[in-house]
Design a protein around this ligand. Structure first.
Ligand SMILES: [Zn+2]
Length: 553
């Protein structure tokens, strides 16, 4: 890699977005001695000036004009570009010792993308460097073992290519396709579901996130480890296509439980209900539809945080954009559960810092005092929504045309990205519930703090909510907005040994209700999307398109 000179230039050639760190431009020399620029950009990664690029560095068929992205370089070109950008890195027999040089632009994700071939190897890189903080500091030395390097850089290159034939199916067909890949077997340790790994698949995403209800980082990693052990796999990174994976039955999500199990019977009952349920027609103007919009967290609680952004303000902004579009373009009657007093119902282009105040719009308003599952402000969201629905029904509104949507963003395993939608699993909705918490003088709580659901209502609630979620996924796909790769519609949260459905949809008396996890904040590309006001607007448009599609027979 010798013979290159490096010089950092003031980066003013490209105009970065107001809050993104400026890109780094580095001048290097090709092996022939020609001067050439490298550009390292926030979130976008590394690219090389095309005009002086030696032909041996440009991948076959790639466009050599303008800036050539790192991915379009040959193995030789990649090796050269990394050495040029990071001249202090040591390339050794067993590993690369990478010295963090641009902490404002680098992250574990970009490091994984550049050196291992895919950002989704983020957690593997973390595991190899247990003493290094996730927030990079200049001069930190990260070890990238040879076993993790991409094939282009001389490693085994087990980089994930995640696209699979079932990706384009609707939810029911996709779940059926996943089920078809399992077989039930038994060994000395008992029964298990057998799965054969396909090319490009990884244990944590293609097995754990797909076949179980675990999606949080710790739950996924712990279970991946356990399943690896059960499958006698010693090196999780060395898994080859065709490898037999043994998933113990208790961990399987309901749709994958064996024939004859009560879980599978319940799943099929819900699917049958979805097919039986006739769509409600309201026309493109959504006449006679009553919609309540909720945005998670706020006030004292910013919600999930990662990659420099936080949940509350960003999902509030999407909810406000949905509200504006519905008010401008439809005849639906729209209310919000929550309001940021300093902002009102306005959307924003730039979000600087977490808003400190938020109130639930009860009578009188109730300050948002926390988001732990028992916090009063969480419960008052469904209490208020139910009270509005009840008034709507009393005024001769059609009970079937009530819709409750709650907007959130999550912090899942970083390999997961895109939207995920939670619907109230019928088996997790109680027959009755009365809110016991102290709600002060809140008028809505006196009228609407109790709920009761018949078995049929629970089933209908899940079925309608699933139909809406399908419409939502279609609208997102249509606008190329990322959707979770493995089972994007879920009816249960499984975490820390517990199983539940979020209270706002569990107790909602809306005919249709969904909690939308817009994006995964721990995934860098998702976080960059949420930061972009253009993306938030596109997302809101997709939500409104989904509502319109849902209310058409
Ligand atoms: Zn949330």
């Amino acid at each position: 890699m010798g013979g290159l000179s490096l010089l950092l230039l003031p980066a003013a050639l490209t105009a970065p977005a107001a809050q993104d760190p400026a890109p780094v431009l580095a001048q290097a020399r090709t092996p022939e001695g020609l001067a050439i620029l490298l550009r390292f950009q926030f979130k976008k990664g590394l690219s090389v000036e095309g005009k002086a690029l030696p032909r041996a560095f440009l991948a076959k068929g790639a466009d050599g004009g303008g800036w050539v992205p790192f991915a379009n370089l040959t193995p030789e070109g990649k090796r050269w570009a990394l050495a040029a950008l990071f001249p202090e890195d040591q390339w050794r027999q067993d590993d690369v010792r990478h010295r963090v040089r641009h902490p404002e632009l680098e992250s574990v994700w970009t490091m994984a993308a550049l050196f291992t071939g895919h950002g989704q190897n983020y957690d593997r890189l973390m595991a190899e460097n247990p003493d290094q903080p996730e927030k990079l500091r200049e001069g930190d030395i990260w070890r990238i073992p040879r076993g993790l390097l991409s094939a282009d850089l001389g490693g085994p290159g087990t980089g994930p290519d995640r696209s699979q034939p079932e990706d384009n199916l609707d939810d029911e067909a996709r779940v059926a396709a996943y089920r078809g890949m399992l077989s039930f077997e038994e060994d000395a340790q008992g029964r298990y579901a057998a799965y054969r790994m396909r090319k490009g698949e990884a244990l944590y995403s293609s097995v754990v996130i797909r076949y179980t209800d675990r999606v949080d980082p710790k739950g996924v990693n712990d279970l991946a480890e356990r399943i690896a052990m059960r499958s006698s796999i010693t090196d999780v990174r060395g898994i080859q296509p065709g490898q037999l994976i043994k998933i113990p039955l208790p961990f399987l999500a309901d749709p994958f439980q064996p024939e004859g199990s009560s879980e599978l019977a319940e799943e099929r009952e819900v699917r049958a209900e979805v097919r039986r349920t006739v769509r409600v027609e309201a026309g493109p103007k959504l006449k006679g539809v009553r919609i309540v919009l909720d945005a998670g967290h706020g006030g004292v609680d910013p919600g999930a945080r990662a990659n420099g952004i936080w949940e509350s303000d960003f999902v509030y902004d999407i909810a406000m954009r949905v509200r504006r579009l519905l008010e401008q373009e439809t005849d639906a009657q729209v209310s919000s559960t929550i309001r940021y007093p300093g902002l009102g119902f306005k959307s924003r282009e730039v979000i600087h810092s977490p808003s400190r105040a938020a109130e639930i719009l009860t009578t009188p308003p109730f300050a948002v005092d926390g988001e732990n599952p028992s916090a009063v402000s969480v419960h008052l969201r469904w209490v208020l929504a139910n009270d509005l629905f009840s008034a709507f029904r009393k005024a001769k509104g059609d009970a079937q045309k009530t819709l409750f949507l709650s907007f959130h963003a999550d912090s899942l395993h970083p390999s997961a990205r895109g939207s995920m939608i939670y619907v109230p699993g019928a088996s997790l909705v109680p027959a009755s519930f009365a809110l016991g918490a102290k709600t002060g003088r809140v008028a809505e709580a006196r009228r609407s703090a109790r709920v009761a659901f018949t078995g049929k209502e629970k089933l209908q609630g899940e079925a309608r909510s699933r139909q809406f979620s399908e419409a939502m996924l279609k609208a997102l796909h249509k606008d190329h907005i990322p959707v979770h790769a493995n089972r994007p519609i879920r009816n249960v949260i499984h975490r820390s040994g517990g199983k539940w459905v979020p209270a706002v949809i569990r107790y909602s008396t809306g005919a249709t209700k969904a909690l939308i996890e817009v994006a995964n904040l721990t995934n860098e590309e998702d976080a960059a999307n949420l930061r972009d006001p253009g993306f938030r607007e596109r997302y809101a448009v997709a939500v409104v398109n989904a509502i319109r599609a849902y209310y058409r027979k």
